[in-house]
Design a protein around this ligand. Structure first.
Ligand SMILES: Nc1ncnc2c1ncn2[C@@H]1O[C@H](COP(=O)(O)OP(=O)(O)OP(=O)(O)O)[C@@H](O)[C@H]1O
Length: 279
């Protein structure tokens, strides 16, 4: 199995002064994010929350090495990220399961692509399928799974390669509320015993507070920047099914939402103004 690479010095993810601009169809430049500083220590769970279009996915893509910043620098464990960040696995909102492959072959993919034999990859996949409660579904195809089961498969697929960093872009947003809370609990259990860094994007402030050690807030775009960073000092282990009644959760939610709602309102007002101009 590919062992986790030795943790060299530095943060698991470190963005310094990162700006990303895109060309617009009118030949102008659009600043998605500006001067982003983000530091994620190894083993920490950090969520990024912000209004729609504030650049959350852009930041995650820069951490993954899928996008290069226009200005600034991205490092992972002290090394500049050039090309795909090999220390990280990525989990998208839409899972990346291959419909023509069984669950076990989907989970094995990262290992077989790394040159591990199919027998060994299957044996490791079975261990992971047991961990995520899918051991009796190894021979099913993705279309035969519920939404929660697909997410469990995607989690096993991302974790089996033993990355040091998990980059998760709204992984549970398509699930119903109950399944989502169960998946969040399962993710936390896996993460707690793993020592991996997680960067988690969500629109849902409840989810961000419940899961994280730190919640980072992005401001309204264009040219979004980090407008707040909050340490979530709710003790672990946490039971996510009851955490929303915890007085500390309620207090943190009030404080962070007080900041976030200003940015959400600005985004809404900007969108209305643009619609007005276009009319
Ligand atoms: N490849 C691209 N070309 C041009 N503009 C882009 C590109 N990718 C992103 N953008 C723009 O950059 C801004 C930030 O996009 P991004 O998807 O990172 O935001 P987000 O916060 O993840 O959005 P959402 O919450 O809606 O998922 C948006 O205005 C988007 O339209």
């Amino acid at each position: 199995m590919p062992a986790a690479q030795p943790a060299t010095s530095g943060y698991a993810v470190e963005l310094t002064g990162c700006t990303k601009q895109f060309p617009t169809s009118g030949g102008e430049t659009y600043f998605a994010v500006r001067d982003i500083d983000l530091k994620v220590e190894p083993g920490r769970f950090v969520s990024i929350v912000g209004p729609t279009g504030s650049g959350k996915s852009t930041i995650l893509n820069m951490a993954a090495g899928l996008l290069t910043p226009s200005f600034g620098e991205v490092k992972s464990f002290g090394e500049p990220v050039a090309g795909v960040n090999r220390r990280a696995s990525y989990m998208f909102q839409q899972d990346a399961l291959l419909p023509w492959k069984t669950v076990i072959d989907n989970v094995s993919l990262g290992l077989t692509m790394a040159g591990v034999s199919k027998a060994e990859a299957h044996s490791e996949s079975r261990r992971w399928l047991e961990k995520v409660g899918l051991k009796n579904f190894a021979d099913r195809y993705p279309h035969q799974l519920s939404g929660g089961m697909r997410k469990r498969t995607a989690i096993a697929q991302a974790w089996i390669v033993n990355p040091d960093i998990l980059l998760m872009d709204e992984p549970f947003s398509a699930l119903d509320v109950q399944t989502r809370q169960i998946m969040e609990n399962e993710l936390l259990q896996l993460w707690q015993e793993s020592g991996k860094a997680v960067v988690f994007i969500t629109h849902d402030l409840d989810e961000a507070i419940a899961l994280s050690d730190e919640v980072v807030i992005l401001g309204a775009g264009p040219g979004s920047t980090v407008v707040g960073s909050y340490q979530i000092d709710i003790p672990r282990p946490r039971d996510l099914l009851d955490i929303r009644d915890d007085p500390r959760f309620v207090a943190l939610h009030r404080e962070i939402w007080g900041r976030l709602k200003v940015e959400v309102s600005k985004t809404y007002e900007n969108a209305m103004a643009e619609e007005g101009e276009a009319a």
